[in-house]
Write a protein that binds this ligand. Structure first.
Ligand code: SIN
Length: 221
């Protein structure tokens, strides 16, 4: 069956735009819009099973961003350190499985970024309320696989740095439906999110009411 959202011969170009931000990194503007309804419905279901929570850094500070996970592994942080776990420490149950639409989006985004085939086994789901930021960091996980990061809801300024924390950062505005992909030589670049500003939600949905949701796909081993 033809993908309803793939470009047709008439249109001639895809309904999204690719902007290079590194040798193996790009922003895919509007790439996730075709999955919007599925993503929002699935996130709502997932958080019934594995609710958002504010994790603590190994040093004991509470993180501003609320997080949960789906997939074979979930990213976690507490006094024992940063790590991936197969079960949700809150419930002692496995993290909810990754919905097929999530895996399809991540795989197609990696392909659109000209990166090798990507089959994520971990999806970190971040929730930002107004004023929340994420400080510069590198993403853990198997660095042979890329990161695919999906933005929904309120816009944000993504800080895109270099391989060292002290490297200069670019400020990249991200909108609802944008996807950032980075792999290969760019896989360990520092990145973060500036405090999310108040604004009108791009679509009416309880998850996006005054909030930004980010899905970060990784391969953990
Ligand atoms: C992350 O680096 O884990 C999230 C990035 C984002 O929210 O855009």
């Amino acid at each position: 069956m033809q993908d309803l959202f793939s470009p047709t011969a008439d249109e001639g170009k895809p309904p999204w735009e690719r902007i290079a931000i590194g040798r193996q990194a790009c922003v895919l503007r509007g790439f996730a819009l075709r999955w919007e309804n599925d993503l929002l419905r699935q996130v709502q279901e997932l958080v019934q099973r594995a609710p958002f929570r504010h994790l603590r850094t190994p040093g004991g500070r509470q993180m501003q961003v609320a997080m949960t996970n789906c997939g074979d592994f979930g990213w976690y942080s507490d006094q024992r350190g940063y790590r991936y776990t197969a079960t949700d420490p809150l419930s002692s149950q496995p993290w909810p499985p990754m919905p097929p639409a999530f895996a399809a989006l991540a795989a197609q985004a990696a392909e659109a970024a000209d990166l090798p085939p990507f089959a994520p086994n971990a999806c970190l789901i971040n929730r930002y309320s107004v004023g929340t930021r994420l400080t510069l960091h590198q993403d853990e996980g198997d660095a042979r696989h890329p990161i695919v990061s999906v933005s929904l809801g309120l816009p944000a300024i993504f800080l895109w740095g270099g391989d060292q924390r002290a490297d200069a950062t670019q400020k990249l505005p991200l909108q609802h439906g944008d996807v950032v992909v980075w792999g290969g030589v760019d896989r360990m670049r520092y990145h973060g999110v500036m405090p999310v500003k108040e604004g009108a939600s791009p679509v009416a949905h309880p998850l996006l009411d005054g909030q930004r949701i980010n899905l970060t796909f990784r391969h953990a081993s």
